[in-house]
Structures are given as structure tokens and as C-alpha cells.
Design a binder for this molecule. Sequence first.
Ligand code: ZN
Length: 305
Amino acid sequence: MSHKCNIIKDILPLYAEDMVSTDTREFVSEHLEHCEACRAELAHMRKPADFIPDAAVVPLKRIKKGLFIKRLQTVFFTAILACAIAAVAFGILTSPKFFPYSDGLFQVIDGPDGSIAITFDNKVTGYSCMKEFDNETETEIYRINAWTTTWDLHSSHRGRQNMVIPSDREPKIRIFYAQNDGSEDVLIYGSNENAEENGVTLPRLILMPYFLFALFALVALAIMRFLLRNKSAVTIWLDRVLLFPISYLAAHLCTKGIRFTTYSSQRDFCIILLVAILFYFALLTGKSLYQAKIAASQKKAEQER
Ligand SMILES: [Zn+2]
């Protein structure tokens, strides 16, 4: 270090803070250009000042943000899981229990305008009616059923259920009561001229193909996931898609158990789908939380080492 270097060294702190006159700055700059020792001194002086905010403040902000997101995910996960459980309970409590035919279950009354009114007993809280047209005998055939639910048994009564079959045209009408328990439908209005069998209303099996499709999709995706396990860009998406058939299968098992037949297929399918969507988002959030927890515990283990 020369005599000049000692003078520069005295000025450097002010130079670093840009608190020197133009003349001094030129003088120092000129010296720095060809003096490596003073350049190093300046670099050393600047480095800690620049380094401190990076090391302490930015990671702290990042940690705070990470914690906030994690807390938000936990709240979301809990809320959506609660919704899923509520939806499963709702599905089970409101699943229709069909009444077998009995005297006094309903009354069939001919209206003055040719319409037919059916008034159900108080214990009936819901009914549905399917209409078909028999071309051979030119007869309109109605198949009605009546039910209550666990929910309705324990809640305030909805009031008497009535239905009216209008008679705008002049076809022959036959009304059957569908017992929905595998036994024969009961003719409650009109005559069975040809003495045919009344028929049995059979349950729908529509939930079975949906369940099998989800199972097939799950197996296919799992095989794909295995074959493409080294391509992380694809597996990230596959992992997300995989959760949907899992959610659907779980939703079916939670709401219907291992039963695949249903007399109310639309209702059952809507509830399974709703529960499946809730399960899906719960799984997605749960997985992300679980991964964050694993990552955090690994980091901790590394620090302790
Ligand atoms: Zn120097």
C-alpha cells in the first residue's frame, strides 16, 4: 500500500456512500482504476451493507408469506372437509325410503273436469311419477311411488302431498303404484283389459358403469403415472387428475356403500358428484399441506445434522 492508498482509504467510506465532491470522486475513481487493493477495500465495504437485507429481511418475508398461505390452506382444507361430511350426511338422511302399497296410503279422486287427484297420507313426504305411453292399447300409463326420508321423520312436517294428473286429451289412463322393493306394481286406477301382468318397477343400475369407469380411469392413470414417473412436468398433472377418480370412488362408497342399484338415480348421482368434487379439493389441499410438512421436517433434520 502506498501513501496515496492511505489517503484513499480514509475517503472510501464517504465515497462508498456517495458523500464526496465531484473532484474527490474523480480522484478516487481514477486511483481505483489501477489499484486492486483499494478496489477490494471498497468491495468489502459495500458487501456487508448490501448483504444484510438479503440475508435477514427477504427470507423473513418469504417465511411470513409461506406461513400465511399454509394457514389459509389449513382453513380451506378444514372447511371443505366439513362441507363434504355435511354433504354425505345430507345424502344419507334424505335418501328416499319407499312405502310398500297399503290401504290408506293414498286416495284417488276423480275431479269434475276429468282430472285425477291423488292425495297421500300424512306420513308420505315425497313422491315421483313416471309417465309412459303404450302404443298398442293407446293408454297413458303412470307409475307413481311415495317415500319419506330419515330427515323428514325428524323434522317438522311438510304438509300433505297431493298430485293431480290432468286430463287434457281423451286417452285411456292407467295408474300403477310402484312399490320399489322388487314386488309387483299395483294397479290403482283404470282397468287392465288385457289382463296383462302389472309389471315390476326395477331399480336403475346406472351408478355401476360410472363406478367402473372411475375404477378403470384410476387404474389407467396409475399405470401412466408409473410409466412416466421420470417426467416431472407430466407427473404433476397426472397426480392432480388421479385424485378425481379416487374422489368419485370414495364419494360413491361414502354415500351408497357397495350398493349400485337405485330407484332415484338422478338424485344419487348428483349427491355423489357433489361429494366427489368436495373430496377432490380436500385431497388436493391436504396433499399440498402434507408435502409442505414433509419438506419442513426434512429441512429441520438437515439443520440438526
Ligand atoms: Zn490504492
